[in-house]
Design a protein around this ligand. Structure first.
Ligand SMILES: [Zn+2]
Length: 213
């Protein structure tokens, strides 16, 4: 759960907690009502994660370079990455869920607009717990997969199907300009920030291919 940054704000907006907190005024609600949810917590987290992933996929819906024929989840692809509009940090899934800026933004006018039959509840929860993972489309920019796809190809992987987990498993080190050793993620971030073309080599001395990003 730590990788997702799951917090009280997220839990308060799940259907299970919402049902208790939106119970009719004459329905008994006490500590035991919440303690009873402990046995369901795994399911509650799964429901939250599925919803949060759907929100992120909506942010990606205009990106067409991800393979539509692939069975790989677009979020899992190594070429999928985001930029925080607040601090410009590059973010990959799933760590994007826990990014500090997405967890500390004050609710804006759109955030407090009632969108659920329990509109007052949404209003209260968002005002009390603005650090929920919410409306990522307003806080994240999808970065072009172009550079990531080059790095992935350079590592002999198919960018249409290679997942970030696949790339991590390679444990490849890349060398930039014969000075800086970095992971594939750092290479993607570094090359996207650099105005000059980067030269990368596979770390193994037996393979000294180069690529201009
Ligand atoms: Zn940020």
């Amino acid at each position: 759960m730590r990788v997702y940054g799951l917090n009280t704000a997220d839990l308060a907006r799940t259907p299970a907690f919402r049902e208790i907190l939106c119970a009719p005024a004459d329905a008994p609600v006490d500590e035991q009502s919440f303690m009873a949810l402990r046995a369901e917590m795994e399911t509650i987290v799964d429901v939250w994660l599925a919803s949060a992933c759907d929100d992120l996929r909506q942010v990606l819906r205009h990106i067409t370079q991800a393979s539509r024929d692939s069975d790989v989840d677009s979020l899992e692809l190594a070429s999928t990455w985001f930029e925080c509009e607040r601090c410009q940090e590059e973010l990959f899934y799933p760590n994007v869920f826990a990014h500090k800026c997405l967890r500390s933004v004050s609710p804006g006018p759109l955030s407090i607009r009632p969108v659920h039959p329990c509109g007052i509840y949404d209003f209260a929860v968002r005002a009390t717990f603005p650090q929920a993972f919410d409306e990522p489309g307003r806080k994240l920019t999808v970065r072009s997969p172009r550079i990531a796809r080059r790095v992935i190809r350079f590592c002999d992987q198919n960018p249409d199907i290679a997942t970030a987990a696949d790339m991590d498993a390679l444990d490849i080190r890349l060398v930039q300009d014969d000075t800086t050793i970095m992971t594939w993620r750092a290479a993607v971030s570094s090359s996207s920030c650099s105005r000059s073309a980067a030269v990368l080599k596979l770390g193994a001395s037996s393979d000294s291919r180069m690529v201009f990003l």
